[in-house]
Write a new protein. Structure first.
Length: 347
């Protein structure tokens, strides 16, 4: 694909989105039991963690993977060859550990970055967006923050939407429960006098029954991954001038298309390994401003070719290493306590 292959998408009157729909099923087969994620109950509730299952007019719908979880699964793709050449290698050193920025939950605005020696430069990049509408500095430092969204909620307040969003839901869901019984390898006389039965059960030296808990779900109407590339939000990214804006948008589009069309992760969690139904492939549609949907072919090889050309034209930023600063955290904590004390004194 040539460098200008998608330029019509970047025009202000261009299409609004690329949409991907991918049917999935448990590796054991259609309507087999699988396990969605569990979520904490509302604050103050005595309920146990459970699945998120909503009632609709067409039956029950369960969340299988959230938009945030999907982003965290897609982003590390850029650590692997050949995609790693398209982004700068960014690392935060926390003591003896080295953390790749692609594995950090809040990306360029994460706390481990804000309390590091790189924050002055990254803050300047956020301010360039807020004050001048210039996203190039952030694209040089942390381009996937533009692809998957970032919110500097604790400093500059800059908030950029996800360009690529993906969720997995199951339809026609029926919830199951399960229980279990642990049998210790010890006999009663082996542990007599060593502690209460409750203590011995807790440390694995006595039998321990488990109550009824989440036992997975069955989806009668199928599981579907839905992903969207927001071209309107992409066109909102700018540089210092028209040429730089076009280079930036092509570069971020290349990264976004790779995230969109690369094979999705199948193993989501214990008990949730998903595959497409045999012989079925994802459908990709280009959605126009009028709502018209046209079939779209985006072969991985062609997308990678475009992404490489766009990255070379834009100029991938230099890799960087930042050191997490405990002193910065301590100073922030003291400042916070001082503000609280001053606030108390004014009352």
């Amino acid at each position: 694909m040539n460098l200008d292959h998608f330029d019509s998408w970047l025009d202000m009157n261009g299409p609004v989105a690329v949409v991907v729909q991918e049917d999935m099923e448990p590796v054991q087969g259609k309507e087999a039991v699988f396990f969605p994620p569990t979520f904490a109950p509302p604050e103050g509730s005595q309920e146990a963690p459970s699945y998120v299952v909503d009632d609709t007019s067409q039956g029950k719908v369960a969340v299988v993977d959230t938009v945030g979880s999907q982003a965290n699964r897609m982003e590390p793709l850029f650590k692997e060859s050949p995609y790693s050449e398209l982004v700068p290698k960014a690392t935060v050193e926390i003591g003896e550990r080295k953390v790749d920025l692609l594995d950090v939950g809040h990306r360029a605005a994460d706390a481990v970055v804000r309390f590091s020696g790189k924050w002055v430069e990254l803050k300047s990049a956020f301010l360039a967006i807020r004050n001048n509408g210039d996203a190039v500095p952030l694209a040089k430092l942390a381009p996937t923050s533009l692809v998957f969204g970032v919110w500097d909620s604790r400093d500059t307040q800059v908030k950029l939407p996800r360009l690529v969003g993906s969720t997995i839901r199951a339809y026609g869901v029926e919830k199951l429960t399960r229980s279990a019984q642990f049998f210790s390898a010890t006999e009663k006389e082996d542990t007599e006098g060593l502690g209460t039965q409750k203590f011995l059960s807790a440390v694995g030296l006595d039998d321990a029954p488990a109550g009824r808990t989440n036992g997975g779900v069955i989806s009668r109407l199928g599981i579907q991954r839905q992903a969207v590339l927001n071209l309107v939000a992409l066109r909102a990214l700018g540089g210092k001038d028209g040429d730089q804006t076009r280079e930036l948008q092509r570069y971020i589009l290349g990264l976004s298309l790779i995230a969109l069309v690369s094979p999705s992760q199948r193993f989501l969690r214990e008990g949730c390994l998903l595959v497409p139904p045999e012989g079925q492939y994802p459908t990709i549609k280009l959605v126009e401003r009028t709502g018209k949907r046209a079939d779209l072919q985006l072969p991985e090889e062609g997308v990678l070719e475009f992404a490489r050309a766009a990255a070379n034209d834009f100029g991938v930023g230099n890799g960087w290493i930042a050191k997490f600063s405990r002193d910065s955290v301590s100073a922030a904590a003291k400042s916070d306590e001082k503000k609280k004390e001053e606030k108390k004194g004014k009352k």
